[in-house]
Design a protein around this ligand. Structure first.
Ligand code: FES
Length: 122
């Protein structure tokens, strides 16, 4: 049997803290669900960012987190549905849509239609 890691999740929306032992290499979201500690999710594929968390201590294996940019990984975000336990880790749930907005809000902003010719009145 593989190693067990301690995963602590501060579920900010519910004001509770979940502590679980998660086997090495197992998806953290799945392991927590099996232990009766469901957390927000939607796609379960590492794409939608519903399950995003901020990593407070430790680290995750999130090579499968396709929906999370490298920049946000470096800022300490993770996606629990495709994150595997590789060490003890402590995370907290994001604000609603926090990661989605960080990641896509800016692109949409940049994509705003701009007039090719500057408006006279400005
Ligand atoms: S549930 Fe969609 S990224 Fe995790």
């Amino acid at each position: 049997m593989g190693q067990l890691f301690t995963v602590v999740v501060h579920d900010r929306q519910k004001g509770r803290t979940v502590t679980a032992l998660v086997p090495e290499g197992k998806y953290i979201l799945h392991a927590l669900e099996e232990q009766g500690n469901g957390l927000p999710f939607s796609c379960r594929n590492g794409c939608c960012t519903t399950c995003a968390v901020r990593i407070k201590a430790g680290s995750l294996d999130h090579r499968e987190a396709l929906g999370l940019s490298q920049a946000l990984r470096e800022q300490g975000y993770g996606l629990l549905c495709v994150a595997r336990a590789v060490a003890d880790v402590e995370v907290e749930t994001q604000d609603e849509d926090e990661v989605y907005e960080l990641q896509f809000g800016r692109h949409f902003g940049r994509g705003r239609v701009r007039p090719a010719i500057p408006l006279e009145e400005e």
